[in-house]
Write a protein that binds this ligand. Structure first.
Ligand code: SF4
Length: 310
């Protein structure tokens, strides 16, 4: 994967090690174990037409571009992301995607991802218009990291189309956050503009060794996000991708942190902790480490309650 770091992140990285580690390449990327692969989630297997991944019955993911405002070193799609020439979709590709969607009547949701779809605004607007025309598509999701990596890419033109989409169908915008140092005044302003479009904002994160694998860091991150009107949605165990193994946090450590967070955070500030299972089997929620749950006790309790009624 190429190196690309926006001016905004270069400035932040001067003061924040957590940001520097995410975007500046390291020698560790050259080492990988035999267990790691380039595509552990088998996304290539689910590609139906250029740019479209269809893994779950009711939703599809569209990689609108393989470009981003900055390239995260831990990217799961690093096998492809940054290969800009290969990645960008043409109007004909969009037509093929819409034809595929119309051939599968169960699909009601489109996730626009990449790369980062906000780096190709004209194409994003074109695609959103196609989705607006579709009676079949009821839910639109956009996944982006631009509010963190280059907030200036969130232009008035984009805000206008997001507002328009929201008058017709719900628009969900998932923003990728890893560390509280990413929440700067300009990012806060961008979040506020996105909220005014009526879009429902949620966050996604990845556990990253040496960056956010501590209770204090995540407590601060999820509290701040929920205060800003972003619902923390998922935090993932880092995928076993070649070149990013040095970012993987032991799962036991993650569980310990998440259990403590569950005890102390408000429910709306607490995300799902999940593993994206290898070979495309989907997301598995990681259980917390509370006391043993005695199902029998609650079954008996309910029975007695029912018997008490005449
Ligand atoms: S913004 Fe997303 S797609 Fe782009 S490099 Fe980062 S994780 Fe990968």
């Amino acid at each position: 994967m190429l190196t690309k770091i926006s001016k905004h992140l270069q400035n932040l990285a001067k003061k924040s090690k957590a940001i520097k580690k995410q975007f500046y390449p390291s020698e560790k990327e050259k080492k990988s174990s035999l267990r790691a692969s380039l595509d552990p989630l088998s996304e290539e297997k689910y590609k139906k037409t250029k740019g479209l991944i269809h893994k779950y019955p009711k939703r599809v993911l569209v990689e609108l571009t393989l470009n981003c405002a900055a390239f995260c070193r831990f990217c799961t799609r690093r096998r492809d992301v940054s290969n800009i020439k290969k990645g960008i979709l043409s109007p004909q590709n969009i037509k093929d995607i819409m034809d595929y969607i119309y051939s599968q009547s169960k699909i009601n949701e489109v996730i626009i991802s990449g790369g980062d779809p906000l780096t190709t605004p004209k194409l994003l607007i074109f695609f959103l218009q196609k989705l607006l025309e579709s009676r079949q598509i009821k839910i639109i999701r956009i996944h982006t990291r631009v509010p963190v990596s280059n907030p200036s890419f969130v232009t008035k033109e984009l805000l206008d189309i997001f507002s328009r989409v929201n008058t017709v169908k719900p628009l969900y915008i998932g923003i990728h956050f890893e560390h509280p140092d990413e929440i700067t005044p300009v990012t806060i302003k961008t979040i506020s503009s996105l909220r005014k479009t009526g879009a429902i904002l949620f966050s996604q994160s990845v556990f990253l060794k040496g960056i956010n694998d501590s209770y204090e860091t995540l407590e601060k991150l999820f509290t701040k996000l929920s205060e800003l009107g972003i619902r923390p949605y998922y935090i993932f165990h880092c995928d076993l991708v070649k070149g990013i193994e040095h970012f993987i946090v032991p799962i036991e450590k993650e569980i310990k942190i998440m259990t403590k967070l569950r005890k102390n955070l408000s429910g709306i500030a607490f995300p799902f902790h999940a593993i994206d299972a290898p070979k495309g089997f989907g997301k598995i929620i990681v259980p917390l480490k509370f006391w043993e749950f005695k199902k029998d006790y609650f079954r008996d309790f309910n029975m007695k309650k029912i018997l008490m009624y005449p």
